[in-house]
Design a protein around this ligand. Structure first.
Ligand SMILES: Nc1ncnc2c1ncn2[C@@H]1O[C@H](COP(=O)(O)OP(=O)(O)OP(=O)(O)O)[C@@H](O)[C@H]1O
Ligand SMILES: O=C(O)c1ccc[n+]([C@@H]2O[C@H](COP(=O)([O-])O)[C@@H](O)[C@H]2O)c1
Length: 215
């Protein structure tokens, strides 16, 4: 059974760091990646662009990329986009035995102990954790999370296929400095930003005047 890999995010906007990470995960794990925009992120301020704008930018940003697709599951559901609910919905379709993983950046993962029902989540899904500049995993894992991860770490993609859930794989990747909040701030302040997003995303932001962009 192939690994099902889901990459959730606010994607406000979708940037080159997101794209690079999805490509690296696809190639390292030899599987497709479903990118899933969060409708109502449970843990942060309301996004700067609507869910439909964010989903549209995501679709433009991955157009023509082999193995990458958009999953609208969280947009089509009311209420907060808790990952535990998303995984439960995916399990309804895939079944309990199918290997299923969430792709996250290191900065998200170090905060996992604040996620809704996080201990149940660790049992329900694998995690693939990508390096991110400024978030050294070894230094930033809180003790409670570190203890819960004992015995789960693996460097072998094979291990993600040999169980439906419960393992954590570290995805080494070159540093990608892009951050959506920095891009939003630069757009609003009139500083350069376009080189940090795929060209079709830059055009969309300019056409729609998102984040205060002047056409
Ligand atoms: N440059 C990057 N390198 C590694 N992981 C990243 C990078 N950018 C985003 N991610 C990861 O992708 C997921 C979705 O990120 P998100 O949409 O919140 O973008 P962001 O750049 O982190 O946004 P913001 O700056 O607003 O927090 C998260 O798991 C995050 O850790
Ligand atoms: O379920 C939760 O409590 C939860 C808390 C924080 C983040 N998440 C998910 O983690 C993914 C990355 O979030 P973000 O804010 O970095 O874009 C996205 O799919 C969120 O829905 C989920």
């Amino acid at each position: 059974m192939a690994l099902r890999l889901v990459y959730g995010g606010t994607f406000d906007p979708f940037h080159n760091g997101h794209l690079a990470m999805a490509r690296i995960a696809r190639d390292a794990l030899d599987t497709g990646v479903s990118l899933m925009p969060a409708a109502d992120p449970p843990h942060r301020a309301a996004p700067g662009a609507s869910a439909e704008h964010r989903a549209h930018m995501l679709a433009l940003g991955i157009a023509g990329e082999p193995g990458l697709s958009v999953d609208r599951r969280e947009l089509d559901r009311d209420g907060p986009s808790y990952s535990i609910d998303t995984v439960a919905a995916l399990r309804q379709v895939l079944g309990a035995a199918h290997p299923l993983a969430l792709l996250v950046g290191a900065d998200s993962f170090v905060g996992l102990a604040n996620w809704h029902e996080w201990r149940a989540l660790l049992e329900s899904v694998h995690f693939v954790v990508a390096d991110r500049p400024g978030s050294p995993l070894d230094a930033m894992l809180p003790p409670e999370l570190s203890a819960a991860l004992h015995g789960r770490w693996t460097a072998s993609p094979e291990d993600l296929l040999n169980a439906p859930a419960g393992r954590v794989l570290r995805l080494n990747q070159p540093p990608h400095p892009e951050s959506a909040s920095a891009i939003r701030a630069d757009i609003a302040a009139g500083r350069p930003w376009q080189a940090r997003v795929p060209p079709a995303v830059a055009r969309y932001i300019l056409e729609r005047g998102l984040y205060g962009a002047a056409a």
